[in-house]
Design a binder for this molecule. Structure first.
Ligand SMILES: C=C1C[C@]23C[C@@]1(O)CC[C@H]2[C@@]12CC[C@H](O)[C@@](C)(C(=O)O1)[C@H]2[C@@H]3C(=O)O
Ligand SMILES: O=C(O)CCC(=O)C(=O)O
Ligand SMILES: [Fe+2]
Length: 530
């Protein structure tokens, strides 16, 4: 029975110990699932021990890979160029990224037949395909187990929510074998002011990493299962931006959260940025299974990951769309940014040439909008309803006019229109409005969280006492600012005597807060303007 055993490493730059979560799959299932969730949230990375993939399956693919990379260059080139699968050397992707490695990129779709390139990879292509298939199948099963555990940990009713995506016969998963040739001793660069420390015992004491094997990036897919020989070089970027070297261990798997998982979980998990430094005098061999959905599967946030506290961060998009955009960027590109929904939270619009249709269209775009200020824009009850529907997160709504009391602005209509469509409303400001008792009561009855209301207007004052009654019933915690009316003070005083506590602000602008406070009322604050 194991426990989570963080490999404590020291980062030289900060002398801070950093723990890499290592999870033993033989531990209690509930615990494993909780540890996986925590690791995906905090690091986007963890190591797996007792993963259950047969060591025979692993050593067979490892042997085949060593055999291939030991071939002379011209023979290996016959398995290239990448179309999109095959052999690649030093060039990564199609946009000029370079690395000190050579690699094989293969289709990991369960339905794929022996590709043409396999014939150039091995003298026994059937055997090679079998060995690859066995390995891919084993790591795909492992990936599905992990994804089941994640669904359990997140409390999803359907435990195959994630695993089904990569188990799909049309899954776009990829298998890759990277070979980093050893570094010639003469190539070692001695750089005493390097920011990073390699956790590579094969390095001479005074050598610092200098040769980039695989540049910084995050993997675009859902989950990556990485296994390497005993040569280090992999580094992950911690949440505070420091590179952490991952000690190599051939009996373990490294699990990396990819961009697609970040989007599916609405950023609850973060794709881990990583890179490989190739400074060892021994060759590093690593094998990665990149679990991806089918090209037409949606990878935008699952509805279960979205709530009023965590509004959706991404527009709807398919894996195919994301892959296309991702592959059009260079390695280090911030790929998910293109799919982010607008982060705009507050919109301030004053009178202008905007039509009501234009206004509604505008407020529909930023899904996180929680504050809307409209000044001197005539809108109808219908428009307010449309705003409510378009802005589900609206918390503050200011609908202000110049205070011209001669203009009748259908204020009750407006107030009533907040009914049901803006249940999350907390602050409502209605300047220059003529809201009546009915209008105000509609708001407080239908917007249970509305605890701040700012209004001016005579009719509004007339309804003050009714409003107070509602407050007294304990429904709301409301702050109000309104025209002064001495006569209402008496009524308020009556309420104090009836045991209600309140604060009356004599809101002469500029007066000190000590002067403002006269009484304390448990439920409401009432601001009376001079
Ligand atoms: C520069 C690139 C190489 C890459 C495609 C990309 O445009 C950006 C992501 C890279 C990556 C990283 C994870 C996998 O190794 C990979 C096969 C993938 O799916 O995305 C590579 C791509 C590649 O080497 O072609
Ligand atoms: O080779 C490694 O260890 C990691 C390579 C990698 O990050 C990748 O191929 O995406
Ligand atoms: Fe990667």
């Amino acid at each position: 029975m194991g426990v989570q055993s963080p490999n404590l490493m020291r980062n030289k730059k900060t002398c801070r110990a950093i723990g890499i979560p290592t999870i033993d799959l033989l531990m209690d299932r509930t615990l494993v699932s909780q540890l996986i969730i925590r690791a995906c949230e905090e690091h986007g990375f963890f190591k797996l021990t007792n993963h259950g993939v047969s060591s025979q399956i692993i050593s067979r693919i490892e042997e085949e890979s060593y055999d291939f990379f030991a071939k002379p260059g011209f023979q290996k080139q016959q398995a290239g160029p990448l179309t999109p699968f095959g052999y690649g050397c030093k060039s990564i992707g199609f946009h000029g990224d370079k690395g000190e490695l050579e690699y094989l990129l293969l289709d990991a779709n369960p339905a794929s037949s022996i590709p043409q390139t396999t014939k150039a990879i091995s003298n026994d292509p059937e055997k090679f395909s079998c060995v690859v298939d066995d390995y891919v199948q084993a790591v795909r099963d492992l990936t599905c187990d992990i994804l089941h555990l994640v669904a359990e940990g997140l409390g999803l009713a359907d435990k195959s929510t994630f695993s089904r995506l990569i188990d799909d016969v049309e899954s776009d998963s990829v298998f890759r074998v990277n070979h980093y040739p050893p570094m010639d001793q003469n190539q070692k660069v001695l750089n005493p002011i390097s920011k990073f420390q390699m956790h590579d015992t094969n390095l001479p004491n005074n050598a610092t990493p200098s040769r980039v094997g695989f540049g910084e990036h995050s993997d675009p897919q859902i989950l990556t299962i990485l296994r390497s020989n005993d040569v280090g070089g992999l580094q992950i970027c911690s949440r505070d931006g420091l590179w952490v070297s991952v000690p190599p261990n051939p009996s373990e798997f490294c699990v990396l959260v990819g961009d697609a998982f970040q989007a599916l979980t609405n950023d609850r998990f973060k794709g881990v940025r990583h890179r490989v430094m190739a400074n060892s005098n021994k060759p590093r061999l690593s094998m990665m299974y990149f679990g991806a959905p089918s090209l037409n599967a949606m990878v935008s946030p699952l509805p279960q990951m979205v709530s009023s506290n965590s509004p959706t961060l991404y527009k709807p998009f398919t894996w195919g769309e994301f892959k296309k955009a991702a592959f059009s960027l260079r390695l280090a590109g911030r790929r998910l940014d293109q799919f982010k929904s607008s982060q705009l939270r507050c919109l301030n619009l004053a009178s202008g040439d905007i039509t009501n249709e234009g206004l509604i269209e505008m407020v529909q775009k930023p899904p996180l909008l929680d504050e809307l200020h409209l000044y001197c824009i005539n809108i109808s009850k219908k428009d307010i309803k449309a705003i409510g529907h378009s802005c589900p997160h609206l918390k503050t709504f200011r609908l202000n006019y110049k205070g011209n009391r001669d203009v009748y602005l259908g204020c009750d209509e407006n107030a009533l229109a907040t009914e049901k469509t803006t249940p999350g409303l907390r602050h409502l400001q209605l300047f220059g409005n003529r809201v009546t008792r009915d209008g105000l009561l509609a708001i407080i009855d239908n917007c249970p969280h509305c605890n701040y209301m700012l209004a001016t207007g005579q009719a509004y004052m007339a309804s003050l006492m009714l409003l107070l009654e509602a407050l007294v019933r304990g429904q709301h915690d409301i702050a109000m600012e309104c025209d002064p009316a001495e006569k209402y003070r008496e009524s308020l005083q009556g309420n104090i005597e009836a045991g209600i506590r309140y604060t009356v602000y004599n809101c002469a602008r500029g007066s000190s807060s000590a002067e403002k406070e006269m009484h304390t009322w448990k439920i409401a604050q009432i601001c009376i303007w001079p």
